[in-house]
Design a protein around this ligand. Structure first.
Ligand code: NAD
Length: 288
């Protein structure tokens, strides 16, 4: 058979297209067969929701918490849309609430492959007032909900996990640099990042569990609205980043599923940035 050049490239093109279709259909997700908890979805703008979508796409079976009835109205439909098997209340400032949540996880699943901790809270005024004026109460609140809660969840999750399981928490550059408008939350994030390293040492040695922090660039969310002049912070982050832009929930989600997956089997105690390279630059991270 004699085939002209134009026809030949057409045929090759069709074969390639079919190969791509086949690869997509036979795509095995990197979290296939894994069960994990996404802690901290408030709405469809939450970073945790970006992680949930990526984890669902990669084949994970998911469980979610929500904070109170108001949040449940938003979280339940989102969680159901990705086939969640657990959707239950958990307030991380109450020990009984954390116990009840993990008791349900134990009863329903009996085992766990990953948790994603994407929870933070501080009084708005504590972030806006000069840092030197932070009250004992506001300091404790920020540290308790934004840092200790990761330890509290890790200690309940670990007994359900086997070697190779993974925990990830969300942090921000304000842990390492004095970012205006971040105050007490920056101190809480520093404690969270240090907690990640100590959890990695402890749970790595005793059970082979990996624990990592993911430092995201600024993203417009409910929690972000508490940070002073967030619009300016985003502008500065975009200008000072290597990619000359900000990141979004999907990019954080994609990097997070790598840390949750076996692809990152040798990675623990790490602080992984998803900030378009802002942290390596000399750009002013603050607000004028
Ligand atoms: N948005 C950003 O620019 C940015 C950047 C870096 C890191 N982070 C971090 O990402 C994480 C998620 O924040 P987000 O920006 O997606 O905002 P978000 O408001 O969508 O998520 C914060 C979550 O914390 C939960 N929470 C607060 N107090 C709680 C409590 N007592 N018990 C249980 N849950 C509680 C809220 O219900 C909410 O779901 C936080 O740790 C935040 O500091 C955010």
């Amino acid at each position: 058979m004699c085939v002209r050049f134009g026809e030949a490239t057409d045929i090759i093109g069709k074969i390639k297209l079919n190969e791509v279709k086949l690869n997509r259909e036979s795509h095995v997700g990197i979290l296939q067969g894994k069960k994990g908890l996404i802690l901290g979805v408030a709405n469809n703008k939450s970073i945790a929701w970006g992680v949930a979508r990526a984890a669902h796409r990669e084949g994970a079976t998911l469980g979610f918490n929500f904070l109170g009835e108001q949040m449940e109205k938003r979280v339940r439909p989102l969680a159901e849309s990705v086939g969640a098997e657990i959707i239950a209340p958990m307030n991380v400032s109450e020990e009984d609430s954390i116990d009840a949540f993990f008791a349900q996880v134990k009863e329903q699943w009996g085992e766990l492959d990953f948790i994603v901790h994407s929870i933070a809270y501080a009084n708005k005024d504590a972030l806006r007032d000069p840092f030197s004026q932070t009250s004992r109460e506001d300091f404790h609140l920020a540290l308790d909900i934004s840092a200790y809660s990761f330890v509290a969840c890790a200690q309940r999750a670990a007994p359900l996990m086997k070697a190779g399981s993974s925990m990830v928490t969300m942090t921000y550059l304000g842990a390492e640099r004095a970012v205006p408008g971040y105050g007490a939350m920056g101190v809480a994030k520093a404690a969270l990042e240090a907690s990640t390293r100590y959890l990695a040492a402890d749970l790595g040695e005793s059970q082979g569990i990996r624990v990592n922090s993911l430092s995201a660039g600024p993203i417009r969310t409910l929690a972000a609205s508490a940070v002073g002049d967030f619009r300016k912070l985003m502008e500065k982050s975009s200008r000072g980043s290597m990619l000359k832009r900000n990141v979004d929930q999907e990019e954080v989600g994609n990097a997070c599923v790598y840390l949750l997956s076996d692809l990152a089997s040798g990675v623990t105690g790490e602080l992984h940035y998803v900030d378009a390279g802002f942290h390596i630059g000399a750009g002013d991270p603050g607000i004028e």
